[in-house]
Design a protein around this ligand. Structure first.
Ligand code: UD1
Ligand code: UDP
Length: 359
């Protein structure tokens, strides 16, 4: 039987893997999960394996907290050893992190075909580590599973139609995940009660991208805008450890208390009950839409252009005036959220069927 090795390491990858691992299991394809260890705090990693019933990884390489080059290089070295031992028919990688690129490079050099889930996304900003990771991963993958029509068009425009890879419009596995867990999250999560949020309007915020955390001027502008808004609105900010560390080191203060990163059930409850979202996260931008909320995107560009084109999400960068003005505006907006740019919630099944028929 053909075996798949899946490389995961960062929070969004555990969440995405929850859908595909289930679909692979249901179709009888053996899967071995390899955890690079990039994310390692319990509330950034283990919690998702527990809550979302993701199969336990065969190994945890414990590679984290390094520079880009050191992290990617060490991951490649260790992943190569695992691949030589496991001899899979294919390697699955998700998204655009250093774990993604390391997994794809290690596999491609051993002539093991790579399936890239979330292929074709582009911000057209080559200063982002994620943009470098995703372009290189796409180029050496054999199956390009695209979440949106825009991502298919990006690949075609870059000439991927001429490369020995197949391009598939699968839909977004994150939509599958949101649909699946939103059925049970209310029962499993105690976050609304714990934070006494019932009956109180609040904005849900996440902030972690390198372009915001490593630029202290941007970080101060964004946190300043949040402080301003917090005078009239509750703000729930599960703070990423990266951002926490930069704020602590540089004395950047919030006028409200952020919370620690939360598990997925809590996140679904917060998305369900918030008034609107502000985020620089790729995943959270879309989840806002899945849960019928507007999102202020705390970036200068986005890969998820469908939502800004449709007028659900708004690019506000790190501009405090824009953030505050748009926040007041979207708090009063009532739109229908009827479009379905991310498929029908069966992306994982589609990916599994294609892998099964071509492996
Ligand atoms: C990584 C991805 C980013 C993704 C994000 C998801 C890269 C280049 N970046 O960014 O695309 O959006 O994950 O959350 O791969 N840390 C902890 N505990 C943890 C995890 C991280 O303390 O559990 C600390 C690390 O020690 C480091 C910092 O956070 O100091 C950044 O971690 P790193 O994995 O390098 O990048 P992320 O910002 O998490
Ligand atoms: N998320 C979570 N707990 C949190 C913050 C985010 O479970 O405290 C989830 C979020 O719902 C989404 C995913 O993490 O499914 C997004 O990951 P992240 O923002 O870390 O990375 P990105 O999508 O930007 O790569």
């Amino acid at each position: 039987m053909h075996k798949i090795v899946t490389i995961v390491g960062a929070r969004p990858q555990f969440i995405k893997a929850s859908a595909l691992s289930r679909a692979l299991q249901q179709s009888g394809i053996p899967e071995v999960l390899v955890h690079t260890g990039q994310h390692f705090d319990d509330n950034m990693a283990e919690v998702f394996f527990r809550e979302m019933e993701i199969p336990a990884p065969a190994c945890n390489l414990a590679i984290h907290s390094l520079t880009h080059g050191a992290m990617t290089g060490r991951m490649m070295e260790e992943i190569e050893k695992v691949l030589l031992e496991q001899k899979p028919s294919a390697v699955v990688v998700y998204g655009d992190t250093n774990s993604t690129l390391a997994g794809a490079l290690a596999a491609a050099k051993l002539h093991i075909p790579v399936a890239h889930v979330e292929a074709g996304l582009r911000s057209f900003n080559m200063r982002m580590p994620e943009e470098i990771n995703r372009i290189l991963t796409d180029r050496i993958s054999s199956w390009l599973f695209c979440p949106t029509e825009t991502s298919v068009a990006n690949l075609r425009n870059e000439g991927f139609g001429h490369f020995p890879a197949t391009i598939h419009l699968s839909g977004d596995v994150m939509y599958d995940v949101a649909l699946h867990y939103s059925r049970i999250s209310a029962e499993k999560s105690g976050i609304m009660k714990q934070l006494r949020l019932h009956g109180r309007p609040f904005a849900l915020v996440t902030l972690h991208r390198q372009e915001n955390t490593d630029d202290l001027a941007r970080l101060s502008q964004i946190t300043g805008a949040l402080n301003d808004l917090s005078r009239t609105l509750d703000i729930v900010l599960p703070l990423h450890p990266r951002t926490y560390k930069v704020m602590e080191t540089n004395g950047i203060r919030l006028h409200f208390t952020p919370i620690s990163p939360v598990g997925y059930f809590d996140m679904v409850e917060l998305l369900t009950h918030c008034s609107f979202v502000m985020s620089d996260s790729g995943g959270v931008q879309k989840e806002a839409f899945f849960f019928r909320k507007h999102c202020l995107v705390l970036r200068d560009e986005t890969e998820w252009t469908e939502l800004t084109d449709l007028g659900y999400n708004f690019l506000v960068g790190a501009n405090p005036e824009k953030i505050v003005a748009r926040a007041h505006e979207v708090a009063l907006m009532h739109r229908s959220f009827t479009e379905t740019p991310y498929g029908d919630g069966t992306a994982a099944e589609k990916i599994t069927d294609i892998l099964k028929s071509t492996l």
